[in-house]
Ligand binder design. Structure first.
Ligand SMILES: [Fe+2]
Ligand SMILES: [Fe+2]
Length: 270
């Protein structure tokens, strides 16, 4: 996501705009907001949490992103791995002492690889939101895309807190299923040693209704509030490092390989 497409997303009105690209973005969200229910998310947790789908090294996973076109993102004019290296290099410039943060920048989107293994894009990409409680107004296309989601009409799930207790903490909340939660699970499963704040950025970087719009604070506990500035710091680089100047990937690879060897070495289970 970039600053530009954030503006487009929030001002888009279905059927008024005829740009083909933004229609594709809208349709991806329409499918997501129709099918991401509490039951669906529970099913996806069972399906993916065992990390039995593939075995791959981290750098292979970064480079295989190039085969993917993210249908929730209007910026598709250069390979996805460039976004990985640009985000990482942006972080490295401003936080030279935090090598784990550079690595988080590099890998944050590689959970999108599941789209290459047959997962529909609406269960992989785009902004995330909690399921099992009311879909808040700050979710993109909120007004027009949830009408066919059965949870929206279920009184057990559509109150302010739904199935959760106030201030239960986001770690106990089920988020719409996508590349954030999936990669977090993969990192935990493989016992990667990136510090907790880094894993937290991976897990919630697409939760725009929370980190950029201030919604869902009633579900947060103290540790969420402590981690929020980290997620926002990460988001700066995720949004604003997409430039026309492309990184010299081959030149950068040895440095990032050394971080992979330090924090998540060898063949990983996906
Ligand atoms: Fe992402
Ligand atoms: Fe990203």
């Amino acid at each position: 996501r970039t600053e530009l497409n954030t503006t487009i997303l929030y001002s888009y009105k279905p059927k008024c705009d005829n740009g083909g690209l933004i229609d594709r973005v809208y349709n991806t969200y329409k499918l997501m907001h129709t099918h991401q229910t509490l039951d669906f998310v529970k099913k996806k947790h069972c399906e993916w949490s065992g990390c039995g789908h593939a075995q791959m090294k981290m750098m292979e996973a970064v480079m295989s992103l190039d085969k993917l076109v993210d249908e929730s993102d209007p910026d598709v004019d250069f390979p996805n791995s460039y976004h990985a290296f640009q985000t990482a290099e942006g972080i490295r410039k401003e936080h030279p002492d935090k090598d784990w943060f550079h690595l988080v920048g590099l890998i944050h989107d590689i959970g999108k690889n599941v789209a290459l293994w047959g997962e529909p894009q609406w269960a992989v990409v785009g902004d995330t939101f909690p399921v099992g409680c009311r879909f808040q107004d700050s979710i993109v296309f909120r007004d027009s895309t949830f009408v066919d989601n059965p949870d929206d009409k279920n009184p057990a799930y559509n109150s302010e807190c739904g199935i959760y207790k106030p201030n239960c903490g986001l770690s106990t909340v089920l988020m719409s299923w996508g590349h954030d939660e999936y990669l977090y699970r993969v990192m935990k499963f493989n016992k990667c040693t990136i510090p907790e704040e880094g894993l937290y950025m991976i897990r919630f970087h697409s939760f725009y209704p929370w980190h950029s719009h201030g919604d869902y604070m009633h579900l947060c506990d103290d540790s969420d509030l402590r981690f929020l500035p980290w997620v926002r710091e990460f988001n700066k680089f995720d949004l604003y490092t997409k430039t026309a100047e492309l990184p010299d990937v081959e030149n950068l690879k040895p440095y990032y390989q050394s971080l992979i060897d330090k924090y998540c070495p060898g063949v990983l289970n996906w």
